[in-house]
Design a binder for this molecule. Structure first.
Ligand SMILES: Nc1ncnc2c1ncn2[C@@H]1O[C@H](COP(=O)(O)OP(=O)(O)OP(=O)(O)O)[C@@H](O)[C@H]1O
Length: 231
C-alpha cells in the first residue's frame, strides 16, 4: 500500500505539489488523472525517490521511504515504468531485461519465465537491439523490465502514449491479469478515459499539484471529466 501525507515538492522556486494526500490499498488498481502539467509525473518521481520531497511523508508497504533511495524502493517491491519508456537502444532485449537484476539484493540471476507469458513477442526478440523495436514492443519491454524483480506493486506513467490500439489492449489485459493472478497493486497515470475506466477501480484527480477529487471509478462522472480532464 501507499500512503502519501501532506507532500510538498518544488523545482527551484516553483512549487509543484501542494499538501498532497493519497491512500492506495494493497491489491487495488488506481488511476491518477489530470490535465497536462498538473504534477502527475512529479508525484510518481517522488514516490520512486527520483525527486526529493520538500516536506511531508511517503509510506510504501509499511515503510517510511520519504528519504529512501530508488534502489531501496525496488527492494520493497515497487516496479516503475517511466513515461517515455527509457529503453537502452544499444542493448539487446535480453540485456535490457537483465539490467533490472542488478538493482536488487537477490540470489537469482535469471529472468522469470512468466514475463514471456505476458509478453510473448519479447521471447522472439531477445537478441534484437532495444532501439530496433517498435514503440509498442518497447513499451512491452519497459513493463517486462519492471516485472523482472517480481514487484508487488507496479507504477506506470502513461504507458499508452503513442502506442497502437492492439498493444494498448494487450497492456490493459496484462495489467488486469497481474492484479488478478498475482494480487499486484497497479498505480497508473493515465489521460485516456476508456483505458482508465477499464483498468482503474478508483481514481485520483489532480489539478495544480493538489488532489481535487477521488473515489470509486464509477463516481468519475461527466461533471468531473468536464471540470478537470477535458481540454
Ligand atoms: N525538471 C523540471 N524543472 C522545473 N519544472 C519542471 C520540471 N519538470 C516538470 N516541471 C514542471 O512541473 C509541472 C508539473 O509537471 P509534471 O510533468 O509533473 O506534470 P504532469 O501532470 O505529469 O504532465 P504531463 O501529463 O504533461 O506529463 C509543470 O508545470 C512542469 O513544467
Amino acid at each position: 500500500m501507499i500512503n502519501v501525507s501532506q507532500l510538498n515538492q518544488r523545482y527551484g522556486g516553483s512549487q509543484i505539489l501542494w499538501d498532497l494526500n493519497m491512500d492506495i490499498a494493497a491489491g487495488s488498481r488506481t488511476c491518477i488523472m489530470g490535465r497536462n502539467g498538473v504534477g502527475k509525473t512529479t508525484l510518481l518521481k517522488c514516490l520512486m525517490g527520483m525527486l526529493p520531497a520538500a516536506s511531508g511523508s511517503i509510506t510504501i508497504n509499511q515503510q517510511d521511504v520519504t528519504r529512501a533511495s530508488i534502489e531501496s524502493r525496488a527492494n520493497i517491491g515497487v516496479g516503475y515504468v517511466p513515461q517515455g519508456r527509457h529503453i537502452f537502444g544499444q542493448l539487446t532485449v535480453e540485456e535490457n531485461l537483465k539490467v533490472s537484476l542488478n538493482c536488487k539484493r537477490q540470489t537469482s540471476r535469471s529472468l522469470p519465465e512468466d514475463i514471456f507469458e505476458y509478453f510473448p513477442v519479447l521471447k522472439e526478440m531477445l537478441q534484437r537491439r532495444g532501439g530496433d523495436l517498435s514503440g509498442g514492443q518497447q513499451q512491452q519491454l519497459a513493463i517486462a523490465r519492471a516485472l523482472v524483480l517480481n514487484p508487488n506493486m507496479l507504477i506506470l506513467d502513461e504507458p499508452n502514449e503513442g502506442i497502437q490500439p492492439n498493444i494498448v489492449q494487450l497492456i490493459r489485459d496484462v495489467l488486469l491479469r497481474l492484479n488478478k493472478e498475482k494480487g499486484m497493486t497497479i498505480v497508473l497515470v493515465e489521460q485516456k478515459l476508456p483505458f482508465a475506466r477499464a483498468v482503474g477501480e478508483q481514481f485520483y484527480l489532480m489539478e495544480r499539484g493538489k488532489v481535487v477529487s477521488h473515489g470509486a471509478m464509477p463516481e468519475l462522472n461527466d461533471d468531473l471529466v468536464k471540470q478537470y480532464l477535458s481540454v
